[in-house]
Write a protein that binds this ligand. Structure first.
Ligand code: SF4
Length: 282
């Protein structure tokens, strides 16, 4: 929504006057090869964890083959093609990225048989927080030294500001406190972020405090208000021509709505044209 209100409104806002908030977010096909690799890595990782949870060990060749098959299947499904060398390099990079993920400090205990209680989640599992369905499930939760560590995995670096990201990560704590079987007190949690930074995974801890948790709820409520406002705006102008466009032209490069968007021939010129229209109608 922050990256492009218009794209968000087309994807999520319905004309019935309600946001699609009670459903899982719609799954849209990947637009780029990198997007496809990222999703395939995530899906393969979930399978890997599900097997690890049942103590089924993946050999290195099995892991590699599983990922490669998943990439080939995903390419076939969306009818995407890239040069052979590009494809092979993408598979090698993704396989390396997944294998090194098992070695990071936060997750290594799950693969080295060290005693831990743990669980894994699909991010599409929502929780009701203050009447809002929130998709903020951690990727993994690990119980150690009397507290749960909620782990967020980022297979690519996100664009949101650091503070915005931190507050978003803290929604995992709200999510957990609203799940059966998890403690209701915030001091029972640690938050760890494991993020891919181009060549290696980097890990950091997010501070958890009452004040920061309040702020993260504030951010969530602010986002909900913005969504409601955009929803009304989209209903009032079904052409969507007056809705704000992307903040950065990079967003448009992989946008599926581009062929029908005023920004199809350039974001800056589309914004200028939009401003002129607003000035004329005022
Ligand atoms: S092409 Fe750009 S401005 Fe248009 S909807 Fe997509 S991201 Fe937004």
């Amino acid at each position: 929504m922050n990256a492009c209100p218009r794209a968000w409104a087309i994807t999520y806002a319905t004309l019935s006057g309600h946001l699609n908030s009670s459903k899982a977010p719609p799954s849209t096909p990947p637009r780029t090869f990198d997007d496809l690799l990222t999703r395939t890595m995530r899906a393969t990782w979930l399978k890997r964890l599900a097997d690890q949870y049942q103590r089924k060990i993946w050999s290195i060749p099995y892991g590699k083959q599983t990922l490669e098959n998943a990439v080939d299947d995903a390419m076939g499904l969306v009818n995407m093609s890239v040069p052979h060398l590009h494809l092979e390099m993408g598979k090698v990079r993704s396989n390396k990225q997944l294998r090194s993920l098992e070695q990071c400090q936060t997750l290594r205990p799950l693969f080295t048989g060290q005693p831990r209680r743990w669980a894994y989640f699909d991010r599409r599992t929502s929780a009701n927080i203050g009447g809002v369905e929130v998709y903020a499930a951690p990727d993994v939760a690990i119980f150690h030294q009397h507290r749960w560590t909620l782990v967020r995995l980022q297979f690519r670096s996100p664009r949101r500001s650091l503070l915005g990201q931190q507050l978003e990560h803290l929604l995992m704590v709200h999510w957990a406190m609203n799940q059966p079987g998890f403690p209701r007190n915030f001091d029972a949690y640690r938050v760890r972020v494991v993020r891919w930074q181009g060549r290696a995974w980097q890990e950091h801890t997010v501070q958890v405090s009452n004040e920061l948790l309040e702020q993260s709820l504030g951010l969530m409520n602010h986002d909900v208000q913005e969504m409601t406002w955009l929803q009304r705006w989209a209903n009032a102008d079904p052409s969507l021509n007056s809705l704000p466009l992307a903040t950065h032209h990079e967003q448009c490069q992989s946008c599926r709505h581009r062929p029908d968007c005023p920004a199809k021939d350039g974001l800056n010129s589309a914004k200028r044209a939009q401003e002129r229209t607003v000035l004329r109608t005022n």
